[in-house]
Design a protein. Structure first.
Length: 159
């Protein structure tokens, strides 16, 4: 069972995501029906630690075995999505693929394991051109800050 709870017009979500870098590019993804991007990952399952969840999500979404490295940040994020107030706690880790990946010439691509998602490798210098949420992680990546951080974000505008 995913660590997500719905109470009336509120949602609590415990999420984990990976920062996968290769040749100065970072892997991002989005739902095919959305315009904003995020880092690949997903919901932590009850009774599952964050690193195990991240490895599982990478296999589910990309058929990719990864090694989790440094904890980059924890983001406690409050926002409105589809009319619901969301309280999301996200743990972000630096990860490394066990085998090199294709950069797909910077083009969007899909994988069979996660047909509802679109992936893209974006060079760090171009990251400012993308609507990547939460924005604090985008800023952290653009400044190449690899120190562990905690961020509190209260943006209750609709996403």
């Amino acid at each position: 069972m995913d660590a997500v709870f719905h109470v009336e017009h509120q949602v609590f979500n415990y999420r984990v995501a990976g920062v996968l870098m290769q040749d100065g590019h970072v892997l991002i993804h989005r739902s095919k029906i959305e315009t904003h991007w995020s880092l690949p990952g997903g919901r932590v399952k009850l009774g599952e630690d964050a690193r195990t969840s991240l490895k599982r999500e990478m296999v589910e979404e990309l058929a990719l075995n990864v090694k989790t490295l440094n904890h980059l940040c924890t983001i406690e994020n409050f926002f409105t999505y589809k009319g619901k107030n969301v309280h999301e706690v996200g743990l972000y880790f630096e990860i490394r693929a066990r085998d090199p990946l294709s950069l797909h010439n910077g083009e969007e691509f899909t994988v069979e394991e996660a047909e509802r998602l679109v992936f893209k490798w974006v060079h760090l210098k171009d990251l400012s051109d993308y609507k990547l949420y939460p924005e604090v992680i985008k800023n952290k990546l653009m400044t190449s800050s690899l120190e562990s951080d905690y961020f509190f974000v209260a943006d209750l505008q609709n996403v």
